[in-house]
Design a protein around this ligand. Structure first.
Ligand code: GAL
Length: 671
């Protein structure tokens, strides 16, 4: 059994990716001293070190890593030891021609960048087993070893492979799934366009076809690739579990990453970690707050770690905006507020050579302790030491947004009534009101237990099973409130339509019937009216016929005039709302506020616009985070009669508190 993270890390984790192999030995000592000054307690080592650890096949060179781990340990810095498998070395890539992944056109990727391996390569699979075993055996007793960092951002650059090895594995995967070719034919609907198969060997990849792909084939390829990459993770995990059963393992997830079903993956991680790179030009980072909430929800509220972020600027956007002074600190607290128990960076020391030399780091090229970057780094690291007690405290959300990777894959396949639908943008549109209103929200799978939630939002739940729909019915019948958006309840997981009128298995629950969709052109704007107030919408309109639901808002525009745009249906002890269009932001904010208030789903504290509030609950105390993203000071009115402890200024406060621009209040108080 792996140790609980709160025991492994008795502090808020602070540090970053550390690549000592890129530096001379004398720098290692300076690094360790600077880490102490900066309050660093954890670093990720050896992420891209395969070539310097296994210098030739079966020839391992661990001495440098031994030394690094010893130095770090002597300086009180723990290590997330990476398994080094994210980039197989040149000798291996040249020696075994099954290693490179192959692109859609059948061209193998060449060596010289990173992550060029095929997930189906037998030699890669053999290679990772050897290096992971060797690392685990060597360092299993090392006192610096805190956790295992498996690979790095699986799928980040390559999440598809079209090699002959992948095709063989695809056939195998399909056989496992369908058992008979007839079952596959049924699932893929191959009587359409003469697509029937007599044998598994007749099946190709869904690439380079004359026109539209078979949706079943495409969906299964996505599922297969997700599973194939996941399998790599499991190979490593199982070896590590055998040799170091008590050491937690994880891999680092990414932002908005469509190819990998993180709900599936998270079950096999001991802690969710993710790499967070909001673009400063986007202003208040609500999208990345959405991802914090997702990462927290992936393991039912267990705190996560921000495994990477940047102090200043990245180097992979066209123009890499720098985070202005104070922003890195503010956004880091935004993560802690939503459940992060660790704030780490890519990377510790800014590189001298290689493709990432202009990427920001905790120590800039100047190596100057007085630099803004290092000062901000050290300030945050030393402040976080005051927050030990926040660890493991939970965000208790009464609202949830449903999210499903399978649905994401299906709804964005080609051949839809509107081919500009973006599942992620839709989720974000429904998330933003919760962020703006400071209402805590979890992001959960449609099949999850929803009984803890008073209000559930299901945006664009296009592909869902009848069993999932039944769960949503039961949730509502028992008193829950649910809100659906357009294009929900349309297909099953084979992407076969639920016949008999939309929204299929949600028809009874929503109390409406839809016979046709009315997609809008780019310029198309609809207007609808709710209680005498006009709102606009775009992209889509459902032609809704109420079957028991009441009309909350109806269109004014053209031939749709009078048709409901928004409906409300009493169902058992609960209520189901349905929005048949993509409304303007103002409407969604008002509507979500109204429904939340009706259901007593309220923020932990009422504050001005531009101020973010999130609360975590520990065993005895609550921790209230108030983050002022504005360029001006605001007044924060605290709950009457409560005395709070300001964890950063170490003072008791109550009543009103002035919160300067770009500042944060972290307040603990008794439950
Ligand atoms: C991450 C990756 C790191 C580094 C970083 C730069 O995606 O895991 O190795 O490349 O991006 O932002």
């Amino acid at each position: 059994m792996p140790k609980p993270i709160k025991d492994v890390l008795p502090y808020i984790a602070y540090g970053g990716d550390y690549n000592p192999e890129q530096w001379e030995e004398e720098t290692w000592y300076r690094d360790a001293e600077l880490m102490q000054k900066a309050g660093v307690n954890l670093v990720s080592v050896a992420i891209f070190s395969w070539a310097v650890l296994e210098v030739e096949e079966d020839v391992f060179q661990f001495e440098w890593l031994d030394k690094i781990l010893d130095i770090l340990h002597e300086h009180g810095v723990g290590v997330c030891l990476a398994t080094a498998t994210a980039s197989p070395p040149a000798w291996m890539t040249k020696k075994y021609d099954d290693i490179p992944a192959v692109d859609e056109k059948g061209i193998p990727y060449s060596f010289g960048s990173r992550q060029h391996y095929s997930p189906s390569s037998p030699s890669y699979r053999k290679g990772i087993k050897k290096i992971v075993k060797a690392l685990a055996e060597r360092y299993k007793e090392h006192p610096a070893l805190k956790m295992w960092h498996i690979n790095n951002e699986y799928g980040c650059h390559l999440s598809e492979c079209y090699s002959s090895y992948s095709l063989e594995a695809f056939h195998h995967w399909l056989q496992e799934k369908y058992k008979t070719i007839e079952a596959l034919n049924k699932s893929w609907g191959t009587n359409f366009w003469s697509q029937r198969y007599n044998d598994w060997a007749e099946i190709d990849f869904p690439v380079n076809q004359a026109t539209f792909y078979n949706p079943g084939q495409k969906l299964d390829y996505k599922r297969f690739m997700n599973d194939q990459i996941f399998d790599l993770y499991l190979i490593e995990k199982n070896i590590l579990r055998d040799i170091t059963p008590e050491v937690p393992v994880f891999t680092n997830f990414m932002y908005q990453f469509k190819p990998l079903d993180y709900f599936q993956w998270a079950k096999e991680l001991d802690v969710v970690t993710w790499d967070s790179y909001p673009d400063p030009r986007e202003g208040i980072p609500y999208r990345h707050a959405f991802h914090h909430d997702l990462m927290r929800s992936l393991r039912q509220g267990q705190p996560f770690l921000i495994m990477e972020q940047v102090t200043s600027h990245v180097n992979w956007r066209d123009i890499n905006l720098t985070k202005p002074p104070g922003t890195m600190r503010l956004w880091s607290y935004g993560g802690v507020a939503r459940g992060a128990d660790g704030v780490m960076f890519f990377q510790w020391r800014q590189g001298r050579a290689g493709a990432e030399k202009f990427h920001g780091a905790m120590i800039p090229h100047s190596d100057n302790e007085k630099s803004r970057t290092f000062q901000e780094t050290a300030k945050l690291g030393n402040e976080l030491k005051l927050l030990d007690s926040v660890r493991d405290a939970r965000v208790k959300a009464k609202a949830a947004i449903l999210m499903d990777w399978e649905n994401w894959w299906a709804v964005e396949l080609e051949g839809k009534p509107h081919n500009g639908l973006s599942y992620m943008e839709t989720l974000e549109a429904y998330y933003k009101p919760f962020f703006d209103l400071n209402i805590a929200v979890d992001i959960v799978h449609p099949a999850a237990d929803l009984s803890e939630y008073s209000f559930v939002v299901a945006p664009m739940l296009y592909a869902l099973t009848s069993a999932e729909a039944e769960k949503l019915e039961n949730y509502t019948a028992e008193g829950g409130t649910i809100l659906f958006s357009f294009f929900s309840g349309i297909a099953d997981k084979h992407e076969h339509i639920h016949l008999g009128g939309y929204p299929g298995p949600l028809r009874k629950l929503s109390g409406i019937y839809i016979d046709e969709f009315v997609p809008q052109s780019e310029e198309g704007r609809l207007t609808f009216v709710k209680k005498g107030r006009q709102f606009s919408s775009s992209i889509w309109a459902d032609v809704i016929y109420p079957e028991g639901a009441e009309t909350v808002a109806a269109y004014e525009t053209g031939w749709l005039a009078g048709i409901p745009a928004v409906t409300k249906n009493r169902f058992g002890k609960g209520t189901a709302y349905y929005i048949g269009t993509a409304p303007e932001e103002r409407f969604l904010k008002e509507f979500i506020k109204e429904i939340s208030e009706e259901n007593h789903v309220i923020p932990a504290l009422k504050v001005e616009d531009g101020v973010e509030v999130s609360e975590r609950e520990g065993e005895e105390e609550k921790y209230l985070f108030v983050i002022n993203h504005n360029e001006y000071e605001v007044n924060v009115k605290l709950a009457e009669g409560t005395t709070y402890y300001n964890m950063l200024s170490k003072q008791n406060i109550s009543g009103k508190e002035a919160l300067p621009a770009k500042e944060v209040l972290i307040l603990s108080y008794s439950k």
